[in-house]
Design a protein around this ligand. Structure first.
Ligand code: ZN
Length: 186
């Protein structure tokens, strides 16, 4: 299900196929995150975030220097550790985080001609973009349906200004949350 959510998020981001994947890094808008959410059982919420790495740890290249590695680790740890501040459930629901995983998807370096650009040009533009994928599962004591879910992404990560929330199977209910203002109904 988590994998499916991720695919959905990809499609809604405008990614059409694997062949388009490299293009997607250039297409992602910095500061704009996509969040797929799904109520899996009455009391369980699964969520998957896709966001440019710069919004999480300040850069998108693959870190080599120790200070960059440290920054990356801090950002990724915060994405996991602050889950209950990123997802604001009604406190009466008694929700707990049951799992959180984060992955960095680094842009691969083009080997040949890419999209008509010369090798040299492609090389110059390679390695600049990456994205972070974070998957969460929450378990609550009471049913989630009909309750409001708020967000704290912009508060925790200054780089995130906009969150596109896509309920699984209900893309017509997609909502844009700017600077944590507003909530979605589960
Ligand atoms: Zn980027």
């Amino acid at each position: 299900m988590i994998r499916y959510l991720f695919l959905v998020a990809f499609i809604f981001n405008g990614y059409e196929s694997v062949a388009e994947a490299r293009k997607s890094y250039k297409a992602h808008v910095h500061g704009h995150a996509t969040l797929g959410i799904s109520v899996e059982k009455p009391t369980i919420l699964a969520a998957e975030l896709v966001v440019d790495s710069a919004s999480i740890y300040g850069f998108e290249y693959a870190p080599v220097k120790p200070e960059d590695k440290k920054k990356q680790k801090e950002g990724l740890d915060k994405l996991k550790g602050s889950a209950l501040e990123l997802f604001k459930f009604d406190s009466s629901l008694g929700c707990k985080l049951t799992s959180a995983t984060v992955t960095v998807i680094q842009e691969s370096k083009p080997k040949k001609k890419v999209y008509g650009y010369s090798r040299r040009k492609a090389k110059l533009s390679s390695g600049e973009h990456s994205e972070v994928k974070a998957s969460y599962s929450f378990s609550c004591k009471k049913p989630l349906k009909g309750t409001k879910l708020g967000f704290g992404f912009s508060k925790q990560f200054k780089g995130i200004q906009e969150l596109k929330v896509i309920p699984l199977g209900k893309s017509d209910k997609t909502q844009i949350i700017e600077n944590d203002v507003g909530a979605v109904e589960l």
